[in-house]
Design a protein around this ligand. Structure first.
Ligand code: SF4
Length: 415
């Protein structure tokens, strides 16, 4: 068992996600800004101007914040990089996650703590030793087995490999989320077909599409057992988390900066409970089955344990999109909250809801919360159903703000 405290690191692509991570027990969050991160194609990315608020929210909630600057950098990116690093330094973001040597060098100049990104593909102790001159944490390549991870962490202790801070180097590994069939993101598919570089955060997910194989001599289409031949299932280590922790990795990272606050909330909560259970020796098969069921409710392509148990080849997904067992349907936005009586008012912009429905509220102040409608008031009158255009009120423990979004949760019968 590792002597280090385990740090649970959650993804955050929005302020809703940051709050969801905090509420669900994350020790740290990681995020990207502008286009210098691996989610550069995100619909509403954080901007440089958001760094101050992100740092403040994380400090107020006593969790760490790490910024990813882990794309391949071009010369024309350097000015933006320097501007971002100035803001990172000014606001006390805890570390930068990077792999490009330009970023590594600039972090030294700014004296900003550095974590080596999985994009650097660190797979052996000598690489850890090399990067210890620049960093304190290395995120190991996702293709390693737990045995290899364990050998690396043992060697760090044996050789007393210390990072810039003077403390022993820490090892971070991914424990949950999407996997690439390309080695730690080194993929040219999007560049080849759409002139969009995955290594600059612009992956267009070509591997996630169905393909046919055609015999060019006969034009015959070959039957393939699974048409998603390049799209691996998602990594899920909740069933082997005791082994993961034994490997000596002490930062456990959840993938998913492009996912919503519901995903961050559910996944972070499950892994928080699992880590605590391993620690207090109550980790059990029953709990694992419960967490697996919970994890399956949010976005996933099916699960496997990745390469950690020594699988040579990926397990391929059978799903075009998510295999989540629940889906959320957008209903409307918050309009008022009456704190004394704990009642929320929403305007329905789409679809309908009925008494008894389970609703999901996403918002910056509370992340993700679920509420069941026990009593429904529609346009001031008690009713069983509400439709587009209606103003609804219902008893709601969560303090609703005007920008909060309301979703109805349904079972996904196609999963
Ligand atoms: S196209 Fe697929 S394999 Fe390539 S970087 Fe994107 S997700 Fe990874």
């Amino acid at each position: 068992m590792t002597k280090n405290k385990i740090e649970l690191l959650a993804p955050a692509g929005s302020f809703d996600c940051i709050q969801a991570a905090i509420n669900s027990g994350a020790d740290a969050i990681y995020f990207g800004v502008e286009q210098l991160n691996m989610r550069a194609k995100s619909v509403s990315p954080f901007l440089i101007s958001d760094i101050k608020k992100i740092a403040a929210v994380c400090k107020a909630n006593k969790i760490k914040s790490y910024i990813t600057l882990n794309t391949v950098m071009y010369d024309h990116d350097i000015r933006l990089l320097q501007n971002i690093l100035s803001e990172v330094k000014r606001n006390g973001i805890d570390a930068v996650i990077a792999s490009d040597f330009a970023v590594i060098q600039h972090c030294r100049q700014f004296n900003i703590p550095l974590h080596i990104s999985t994009q650097a593909n660190v797979s052996n102790i000598e690489a850890v030793q090399f990067f210890s001159s620049f960093a304190d944490v290395v995120v190991l390549a996702r293709e390693l087995t737990l045995k290899q991870v364990s050998q690396i962490t043992k060697e760090i202790e044996r050789k007393k490999i210390k990072g810039v801070s003077g403390k022993l180097m820490k090892v971070e590994i991914f424990v949950h989320g999407a996997l690439c069939m390309a080695i730690s993101g080194k993929c040219y598919l999007s560049l080849h077909t759409q002139n969009a570089s995955a290594n600059r955060g612009a992956c267009t997910q070509n591997c996630r599409r169905p393909y046919k194989v055609t015999d060019t001599e006969t034009n015959e289409e070959l039957l393939i057992d699974n048409e998603y031949i390049m799209s691996p299932k998602d990594l899920c280590t909740i069933g082997v988390l005791d082994e993961v922790i034994k490997s000596g990795a002490c930062v456990l990272k959840i993938e998913g900066r492009s996912k919503g606050a519901d995903y961050v909330s559910v996944v972070t909560k499950c892994y928080r409970e699992a880590i605590d259970s391993v620690k207090n020796e109550t980790y059990s098969e029953n709990k694992i089955q419960h967490w697996k069921k919970e994890l399956a409710t949010v976005y996933n392509r099916g699960f496997w344990e990745g390469y950690y148990l020594g699988h040579q080849l990926g397990e391929w997904t059978r799903n075009p999109g998510s295999a989540a067992t629940e889906k959320k349907i957008y209903i409307g936005k918050g309009s008022k909250y009456y704190p004394k009586i704990k009642v929320a008012e929403f305007t329905i912009e789409s679809g309908n809801i009925s008494k008894g429905d389970t609703l999901m509220l996403l918002g910056t102040a509370h992340g993700m919360k679920k509420e069941q409608i026990k009593n429904l008031i529609v346009n001031g009158v008690q009713a069983d159903e509400a439709v587009k255009g209606d103003k609804i009120t219902f008893a709601c423990a969560t303090k609703v703000s005007p920008k909060d979004k309301l979703y109805k949760i349904l079972k996904n019968t196609n999963a």
